[in-house]
Design a protein around this ligand. Structure first.
Ligand code: UGA
Length: 429
């Protein structure tokens, strides 16, 4: 059997490192490059730069096949297929910042027939622009779009069991390159969608924007449920059974966060606007999400009156469970809003403690949920870490000054909470 194709991975953030580890597990030799020497140093010494389930084991198991470097030449010499996994953060205008993608393109050499496989989320049209730049510079590099659909917290499982893999290549010289990328995913046995570059880029943005729309939609339904006495979880369950709707991403809560939805919804809105089209629906999706984070403050005031001097415990700070990522987390907006109202914030997250120390200025970051709950006037569940289901409710009702829980993720058994003498309020219930 011929050796498997060696693969280059540029940028070892969440997407890059998961891609590297999973392809290594499928038997490929992987050459990773990142400009962050500290991160490369950590990885070389066997440590993980962030929390992601299953990833440490996968990297360890395949350590002989995964190589790390800060030098692009190492990757260019050893591989032909280069997965670009650098970040594309939003700029002040809401457009994506492509400077890191541009830097990678500049570093490619002319002599060898590399394929540049874009996994970073980029605006529609980026592929064509990069292809033009490569051609003008006389670089024989093929361009393939291969957007990622990995969820933080289950990224390894998502990579190994994808709903689909999308591969975009433009007709002509690109055909062979796109075929070679498709072949890499063959062992996964999943549906492979072959399309043009622009459509592949749009599939990614439209998928994230649609999922964010689903969340803002159910959050608005939740808000109406509160007005009319319905229960959003019953409603979502009943809706989700309709196959046309589907049950996922219908969990009402205090809004979506993370490095993807907020950025990609805004990037798609901006992309449409730049082309002269006003994407009205996305404006509402964004606005609903912003307001949803702030509704918790109203709920607290309803029970406590003024928040001046009140101690509020925030349970869960990461933007979702099973990650330590706090980018665009609802906890950040909520903590700042509560502090703005004069409240004291005492917060706990099972894994995001280090990030919280940096980002939540003025808040007390606690080592346990019970410490955060001590003498609190109210607790807000911000992130649905499974361990919060196991909180000792009787003990909790005694340790809190005023036993009140606002369940921002509808995760607790409200009858059990109420039976323990704690006032309970969820979202849309
Ligand atoms: C998202 C997409 O789900 C991935 O397919 C995509 O690859 C990724 O963005 C990306 O573009 O890189 P991720 O941001 O990791 O993945 O996390 P999600 O599980 O999608 O959750 C996003 C946010 O929505 C979280 O704050 C979560 O709490 C919230 N959410 C999710 C809800 O409020 N309700 C739901 O029903 C589902």
């Amino acid at each position: 059997m011929p050796d498997k194709e060696p693969i280059g991975v540029i940028g070892v953030g969440w997407v890059g490192l998961v891609t590297a580890a999973c392809f290594a597990d499928l038997g490929h030799e992987i050459f990773c490059r990142d400009i962050d020497a500290a991160k490369i140093g950590l990885l070389e010494s066997g440590q993980m730069p962030f929390h992601e389930p299953d990833l440490p084991e996968l990297v360890k198991r395949n350590s002989e096949r995964i190589h790390f470097s800060t030098d692009m030449r190492d990757v260019l010499e050893k591989t032909r297929i280069l997965f670009v996994c650098v970040d594309t953060p939003p700029t002040y205008s809401g457009d994506a910042n492509l400077s890191r993608v541009d830097a990678v393109v500049s570093e490619l050499e002319t002599e060898r027939g590399h394929s540049l496989v874009m996994k970073s989320t980029v605006p529609v049209g980026t592929g064509r622009a990069v292809e033009r730049r490569l051609a003008e510079a006389g670089k024989q590099v093929a361009y393939v779009s291969n957007p990622e659909f990995l969820k933080e917290g289950s990224a390894v499982k998502d990579f190994m069991n994808p709903d689909r893999v999308v591969i975009g290549g433009d007709p002509g010289s690109q055909d062979g390159a796109a075929d070679a990328v498709a072949a890499l995913y063959k062992p996964l046995g999943c549906t492979i969608v072959r399309t043009d570059v622009a459509s592949a880029e749009m599939i990614k943005l439209a998928s994230n924007a649609f999922l964010a729309t689903k969340i803002s939609f159910i959050n608005e339904i939740a808000n109406v449920c509160e007005e009319v006495g319905a229960d959003v979880q019953e409603v979502a369950g009943g809706m989700g059974l309709d196959k046309r709707i589907g049950e996922s991403f219908l969990s009402a809560g205090i809004g979506y966060g993370g490095s993807c939805f907020p950025k990609d919804v805004s990037a798609l809105k901006q992309l449409a606007g730049n082309s002269g089209y006003h994407f009205q629906l996305l404006n509402s999706v964004i606005e609903v999400n912003e307001l949803q984070k702030r509704r918790v403050v109203r709920k607290l005031k309803k029970h406590l009156g003024t928040l001046v001097g009140k101690r509020i415990a925030l349970l869960g700070l990461a933007f979702k469970p099973h990650t330590d990522d706090m980018r665009e987390a609802s906890s950040l907006v909520l903590a700042a809003r509560l502090q703005g109202e004069g409240a004291h914030v005492q917060a706990f997250d099972p894994v995001a403690e280090r990030q919280a120390q940096e980002l939540l200025a003025g808040a007390k970051i606690c080592d346990s949920a019970m410490e955060a709950l001590k003498d609190a006037d109210a607790a807000v569940i911000v992130t649905e870490w499974p361990e919060f289901k196991e909180l000792p409710l009787e003990e909790l009702s005694k340790t809190m000054k005023n036993p009140l829980i606002i369940d921002g993720r509808n995760m607790l058994d409200r009858e059990a909470v109420r039976d323990a003498g704690i006032t309970y309020e969820g979202i849309g219930r």
